[in-house]
Design a binder for this molecule. Structure first.
Ligand SMILES: NC(=O)c1ccc[n+]([C@@H]2O[C@H](COP(=O)([O-])OP(=O)(O)OC[C@H]3O[C@@H](n4cnc5c(N)ncnc54)[C@H](OP(=O)(O)O)[C@@H]3O)[C@@H](O)[C@H]2O)c1
Length: 242
């Protein structure tokens, strides 16, 4: 038996460690460099598979007998595709998905389904902090006319895609106190984030609550019908039953 662990989150690193400790043969796969801890206790491959055909070929060649998908909650293309292929091949598939953030007392959130929805809610001239990464930045181009500050963890590889935008480099962790100082110093009026869930990146939401800054919360993409757990421990326990 060899489990393929689709990684890229802190839960994936925990699953890798749990599989190694349980003596379950597994290989991890990362799309590329990202901010989550990298699995270190099982062999790891890096890079896309080359589309659906490439993934099917990989599974066959590597003798994969089950898949644990612990990718990011917004990495829905890999999740949808993998769930469908596993169903087709009759391969056991488990999706590890951490719970989303929920608003608490003192939060002022507006949920939006698409990046493009932000423009109708943020007045001209306001200052916006974008914690949504570079991949979907051009979808915020309707925010032209506002000061838009997009935080990245690695230097940008392309210019900001619209007028009024700027990149801000920052390396995690981002403790609450540091986020409060940053938002105050930059005069942030709005924060836009994806509902990734998890503790590590929730500090900006705590800072927003303390400062009374409204948050536009991008809701998660739909998930495929599949067996699903919330924690790494549950995923390791599932693998042990195979
Ligand atoms: N905060 C974070 O650290 C973080 C990390 C990852 C993603 N995200 C969020 O997720 C969104 C989409 O991310 P995404 O591009 O990774 O996912 P995606 O859109 O679902 O996947 C796009 C392609 O990336 C490759 N891929 C994704 N995960 C892989 C894995 N574990 N191993 C090998 N290849 C993988 C696949 O390429 P092939 O078709 O070539 O196989 C897949 O078709 C981003 O906009 C971001 O919001 C956030």
């Amino acid at each position: 038996m060899t489990v393929l662990l689709l990684a890229g989150t802190s839960e994936a690193a925990e699953v890798a460690s749990g599989l190694a400790k349980a003596g379950i043969a597994a290989v991890a796969s990362l799309a590329g460099p990202n901010r989550a801890p990298v699995p270190t206790e099982i062999p790891t491959r890096v890079g896309g598979f080359g589309g659906e055909a490439g993934f099917r070929a990989y599974v066959k060649d590597a003798g994969i007998t089950a898949v644990i998908d612990a990718t990011h909650p917004f990495a829905n293309r890999i999740t949808d595709r993998t769930a469908a292929i596993c169903t087709d091949l009759g391969l056991p598939y488990l999706h590890v998905l951490r719970p989303p953030w929920r608003p608490q007392d003192g939060d002022n959130w507006t949920e939006i389904a698409r990046e493009e929805d932000a423009a109708a809610l943020v007045p001209q001239g306001d200052t916006v902090f974008l914690g949504t990464g570079r991949q979907t930045l051009n979808r915020f181009s309707g925010l032209e006319g506002r000061r838009v500050i997009c935080r990245l963890i690695a230097p940008p590889t392309a210019p900001f895609p619209f007028e009024g935008g700027e990149f801000l480099l920052g390396l995690p962790p981002f403790p609450v106190g540091r986020e409060v100082s940053l938002f105050t110093q930059l005069g942030i009026d709005w924060i836009i984030v994806k509902n990734a869930g998890g503790e590590a990146s929730a500090t900006k939401l705590t800072a927003a609550r303390r400062l009374g800054i409204p948050v536009l919360m991008l809701t998660r993409p739909p998930v495929p019908i599949a067996l699903r757990v919330e924690t790494a421990a549950e995923a390791v326990a599932w693998a042990a039953t195979l």
